[in-house]
Ligand binder design. Structure first.
Ligand SMILES: Cc1ncc(COP(=O)(O)O)c(C=O)c1O
Length: 415
């Protein structure tokens, strides 16, 4: 499958046309029939009759997870008990699963460690980044539209490290990078609008200014190529419960580029990140590699659910996932334009492929009630205050007929 990232969108981003619906159902069926990824849906346990467009919030259940979890609980925990820390390789799960996840974000092995929440990893990354930047720089630049937790954690990290937070518009952030900039924290995809930011160019510009970059990949990992190593990203964090389908509260991850690992000084130096955890010595000596990003005892049940969930990616190329994601969101916008009366919704997601993540956000009056009605009719997206309907397209289990039905149902609600 070719990767059309840079081609302009075929559909208008704003739904303005009505009139006789073209035969979109037949088009959807044809697109599903030729979709090389369509068979992947069988790797997930999805309820019958539901169109699930909220995988950008909580990914669907991969079919192998319940049995894997039962084995972890019954055999590994119930029978082997404490022996499982070694015999079931529980102890090394954070690095092992980090290495399994690494190709999905374009990282070579040894740079990703899984554990804790995204918020906690942001804290480690931001304070670690400020320490890497060293003295003499005063500003921590933060995506002005960021998911709130990033802003809260950045404020605290800045206070602890003597920096001042400066909000920046990510689309024009490069103009703000200067010799005073210590750290730059940006979201790869905006959680509200679905806008994709230019990670390669922004990382290049930040590094040219001598700043340390921290990227939040929550809304891009598993949906599109990230290529952390190729673009020279310094540090990154992300969650695994969205496009990676790790389950509710699944552990997050921290990426520490190899060139920084020796100097990465975690503000949470727990015993799991110690070079010799079982030496039980009073002084902290950081472990080699990304393992120094660990803190305390890993949440094994969630972590091993995530490991089983990653089986759903066997043989899947992220470029193919991206191509299907763009085709799905193009088609959904086209269907919305055909089915929804003019002027009732407006897309706040960029039309240009190079600026679009894997969700479509539609602004409308009374968005909360409209989403509740959609859900009652079997189309599950979500609502973000004050007026945004979000529809996430996870190419592993969403098809073109789902996109058509979601838009048609939206049209009926406004009809
Ligand atoms: C962009 C972004 N960053 C951070 C978070 C918070 O992650 P956590 O609850 O794992 O700390 C979310 C949660 O949805 C998010 O969308």
């Amino acid at each position: 499958m070719s990767d059309p990232i840079d081609t302009p969108a075929a559909a208008p981003a704003t739904a303005t046309t009505t009139g006789p619906a073209p035969d979109l159902r037949a088009r959807a069926a044809g697109l599903d029939a030729t979709d090389g990824l369509a068979g992947l849906r069988a790797r997930f346990a999805l309820p019958e009759g539901v169109v699930y467009l909220d995988g950008n919030s909580l990914g669907a259940l991969p079919a192998g997870v319940p049995d894997a979890l039962a084995d972890v609980a019954r055999r590994q925990w119930g029978e082997l008990l404490i022996r499982s820390w070694d015999e079931s390789a529980w102890w090394t799960a954070p690095e092992r699963i980090g290495d399994r996840l690494a190709p999905l974000v374009g990282a070579a092995p040894g740079q990703v460690v899984v554990g804790d929440s995204t918020s906690v990893n942001l804290f480690k990354a931001l304070v670690g980044a400020a320490r890497l930047a060293g003295p003499g720089r005063t500003r921590l630049l933060v995506d002005a539209a960021t998911f709130p937790t990033d802003g809260y954690i950045a404020e605290s990290a800045a206070r602890m490290t003597g920096l001042t937070v400066t909000p920046v518009d990510p689309s024009h952030a490069a103009a703000a990078f200067d010799a005073d900039t210590a750290v730059v924290l940006l979201n790869h995809v905006d959680y509200r609008t679905g806008r994709l930011h230019d990670l390669p160019a922004l990382t290049r510009a930040a590094r040219a200014a001598g700043a340390v970059t921290v990227w939040d990949l929550c809304h891009s990992a598993g949906a599109l190529p990230v290529d952390l190593d190729a673009h020279g990203v310094d540090l990154a964090v992300g969650c695994t419960y969205k496009y990676l389908n790790g389950g509710p509260g699944a552990p997050a991850y921290l990426y520490i580029a190899e060139r920084h690992q020796q100097d990465f000084d975690s503000p949470l130096p727990g015993w799991n990140g110690h070079a010799e955890p079982f030496a039980m010595t009073p002084g902290f000596v950081p472990a080699e590699g990304a393992r120094r990003g660990r803190v305390g005892t890993p949440d094994i049940l969630s972590m091993l659910a995530l490991e089983a969930a990653l089986d759903a990616w066997a043989g899947v190329g992220i470029a193919d996932v991206r191509a299907k994601s763009l085709a799905l969101t193009d088609f959904f916008l086209e269907c919305v334009a055909a089915y929804v009366p003019a002027g009732r919704v407006e897309s706040v997601t960029p039309a240009a492929h190079a600026e679009r993540g894997s969700q479509v956000s539609l602004r409308t009056d009374d968005a909360r009630a409209v989403m509740a009605e959609l859900i009652s009719r079997g189309v599950v997206g979500d609502f973000r205050a004050p007026d945004v309907l979000r529809f996430g397209f996870t190419p592993l289990y969403v098809g073109f007929a789902d996109a058509e039905r979601a838009a048609r149902t939206l049209g009926h609600i406004f009809g």
